[in-house]
Design a protein around this ligand. Structure first.
Ligand code: 5GP
Ligand code: MG
Ligand code: MG
Length: 179
């Protein structure tokens, strides 16, 4: 285990099972629909690459980069588009692929944005849900795993751009970000 990790919340095998379940659900719900999966950079990339291979049906992908956190462990509440889509969402069935729903502000913003851009439907697929962090009404349609109100890293999630490549989801030692 990496030195900065206090404990492992979800192992590689547990994540794999959760992602397979989500892929299967999406395959069933979107038969014949060719949904556009929009991965939110950078946290969702590891999840996204595993998820699309587990869907086992036609999907298209695109990416968007938004910021609400910077390098801080506490949300600023502000959402900014750093990279927009290459694809038009008008008339498309959108699935937003997120690493984690915490306050819900990022997703609240994105759902409204894609509705304004005339998407046919907008759903959310989040690997992790942190219900205690919620500051909005947002709930994900597809949820992989629930996490407690702790700062987690790994499987795409970072702290100050580190730990994204850990194959598991772990809780970071508080002293790492309190320094
Ligand atoms: P929101 O508060 O808008 O729901 O979450 C915004 C973003 O904050 C998430 O997409 C994720 O990138 C980041 N975030 C929220 N909670 C955590 C966490 O526990 N660990 C990490 N690494 N990022 C988090
Ligand atoms: Mg994110
Ligand atoms: Mg981050």
């Amino acid at each position: 285990m990496q030195d900065d990790i206090l404990s492992v919340l979800y192992s590689e095998a547990e994540i794999k099972t959760a992602v397979a379940r989500l892929g299967k659900a999406i395959k069933q719900d979107y038969q014949g629909k060719n949904p556009l999966l929009i991965g939110i950079l950078k946290g969702a990339i590891v999840f996204m690459t595993d998820l699309i291979r587990s869907v086992d049906d036609f999907v298209e992908i695109d990416f968007m980069d938004v910021s609400s956190y910077g390098d801080a462990a506490v949300s600023s509440g502000e959402v900014k588009i750093l990279k927009d889509l290459d694809t038009s969402v008008a008339g498309r069935d959108i699935i937003i692929v997120e690493d984690i729903v915490d306050s819900g502000r990022t997703l609240d913003y994105l759902i409204k944005l894609f509705q304004t851009r005339a998407a046919n439907s907008v759903k959310i697929c989040a690997l992790l849900d942190k219900p205690e962090g919620r500051q909005t009404e947002v709930t994900a349609d597809y949820i992989g795993l629930r996490v407690p109100n702790e700062f987690v890293v790994g499987y795409g999630l970072d702290y100050a751009e580190k730990y994204r490549n850990l194959p598991y989801i772990g809780i970071l030692k508080p002293e790492v970000y309190e320094d």
